[in-house]
Design a protein around this ligand. Structure first.
Ligand code: SF4
Length: 167
């Protein structure tokens, strides 16, 4: 449902911070999920995916061309600007990736180079492969996780976890 919102709300889908991601879309942030369009309309939904669908529909109905990726980024950036920072994350910096990698390798060595069993690996792989945070974001267009920056090695390591609590 779209309603007119007060003019002092933060509006506009095209944020300077264009790389913020909601870590766990199944957690509802304080104030819930809503999006304020450029013209001040508030679009609400109980979940994030449904909100994106409604926003895409709103743009389509108003003759505004937006790709699914643009809608995705606009909604998540705007929501992330409003809700507590622990709900969102930006892409990891090169320094953070290096630190994360080093820590993972130390834990790997300390575990006696133990790896997960095949079933666990396959479950992790399938979860990542269908995850909205996984895509060709890495060096040379390689696919990796936008939240942790991992290219797949962590799938083998028992000490590793998904930053979005999916595995
Ligand atoms: S680790 Fe995998 S499942 Fe978790 S957020 Fe990254 S791509 Fe998604």
């Amino acid at each position: 449902m779209a309603t007119k919102e007060a003019s002092d709300e933060k509006i506009g889908p095209d944020s300077e911070k264009d790389e913020l991601f909601i870590i766990n879309k199944h957690r509802v942030p304080p104030g819930g999920y809503y999006f304020i369009t450029e013209t001040g309309f508030k679009i609400e939904n109980s979940g994030l995916d449904g909100l994106k669908t409604k926003v895409a529909h709103y743009y389509e109905q108003n003759g505004i061309k937006k790709s699914p990726k643009e809608v995705d980024r606009s909604v998540e950036n705007q929501v992330c600007e409003r809700i507590p920072s622990e709900f969102c994350q930006g892409p990891p910096s090169a320094a953070r990736k290096a630190k994360t990698f080093s820590e993972a390798m130390i834990k790997f060595a300390m575990s006696g180079f133990e790896t997960v069993d095949e079933e666990t690996y396959n479950q992790r792989f399938e979860t990542c492969d269908s995850c909205e945070h996984y895509g060709p974001n890495g060096l040379f267009g390689l696919a990796n996780c936008r939240l942790c920056g991992c290219y797949g090695l962590k799938l083998f390591l028992p000490s590793q976890t998904c930053p979005a609590d999916k595995w």
